[in-house]
Design a protein. Structure first.
Length: 318
């Protein structure tokens, strides 16, 4: 433990911090503006250089806020990622060429920058030909508006088809949900990405905070928690089911034996794979940022990894 460690982002020359700051829920309405500014400041103090957002978070609110906060920092001192796909209005959604060009310009304006380091497709767009999407993304890179491109939660066959297109910009990242509890990317996405030099930058590595152990089976949700917060709790219902919470409680002695916190255990677990470049973690308080950042560099023993698998057993989604 100590200084933040960095990993290469796919085949790019970009080094990203093993822990990155996400702004899905927390900087799009969930957390007051002043708090989020403090969290970004804490991220820089902790050695985090990678910040992930999306146009749809708060319908532009997250990007706008980050644009204001990051204006005080030298642009080359951080790696900035955003996304496109989800509706920004009744008419604006998807990955058509027109949308990609419109949305990158709108994102750059809100973020107060000339370029993003990583422009990601937030999901796959079934209603737009893949060639059209890839051509538009390639044009965005050629125009200097994005250094690299990535995808999030794309079907494996679409990733393969996109890689077969000649002249298209190459993906450097995949952003899947991945945690001790949610391991489905291990089946196909991660092996494909390992072969193609595409890094994972994983979302929800703490399973919406469940893997910190703060939600206890049979007890009411803590009033200040994400699960109790109306605007933030949409994804969490399955994760707070009693069998899951009971299994997570069995991780406490494992973390204790390793001399680390539950959050450190969960973050070190996703980072055990070299293909995972960074774990994206949200935060509503600066001390959470520092606590999460402290997971960088922790290596779990084979015994610890085996104990985790045994403790979680059947609640793991593969």
């Amino acid at each position: 433990m100590g200084r933040m460690k960095f990993r290469k982002l796919g085949s790019s020359q970009i080094d990203v911090s093993e822990i990155s700051l996400g702004s899905w829920l927390t900087y799009s309405g969930g957390v007051a503006q002043e708090q989020s500014k403090e969290c970004v400041k804490a991220a820089f103090e902790a050695g985090i250089n990678f910040i992930d957002t999306a146009n749809v978070y708060g319908r532009g609110a997250s990007e706008t806020l980050l644009g204001e906060v990051l204006a005080d920092h030298e642009r080359s001192s951080y790696v900035l990622a955003t996304k496109v796909f989800f509706p920004m209005s009744d008419a604006d959604r998807g990955l058509s060429a027109a949308q990609i060009h419109k949305q990158i310009d709108a994102s750059l304006k809100r973020l107060q920058t000339d370029y993003v380091d990583l422009y990601q497709c937030h999901r796959y767009d079934e209603s737009t030909p893949l060639e059209e999407t890839m051509t538009a993304l390639t044009e965005v890179v050629q125009a200097g508006k994005a250094r690299h491109i990535g995808f999030s939660e794309w079907p494996v066959e679409k990733i393969e088809a996109s890689l077969a297109l000649e002249g298209a910009a190459r993906w450097v990242s995949s952003q899947p949900q991945y945690s001790m509890l949610w391991r489905s990317p291990e089946a196909e996405v991660i092996p494909l990405c390992e072969r193609e030099q595409i890094s994972q930058i994983v979302w929800s590595p703490l399973a919406q905070g469940v893997l910190t152990g703060k939600y206890r089976p049979g007890e009411p949700l803590p009033p200040d928690s994400r699960a109790a917060s109306e605007s933030m709790s949409g994804f969490i219902d399955r994760l707070v089911a009693p069998p899951v919470l009971e299994a997570v409680q069995r991780l406490h002695p494992i973390a204790q034996d390793a001399g680390i916190s539950m959050a450190q255990l969960a973050l070190a677990w996703v980072l055990r794979l070299p293909n995972v470049a960074s774990a994206i973690v949200g935060a509503s308080r600066p001390e959470q940022v520092h606590a999460n950042a402290s997971a960088s560099g922790i290596v779990l023993s084979a015994d610890t990894l085996a104990a985790i698998d045994e403790a979680l057993g059947e609640v793991v989604v593969r």
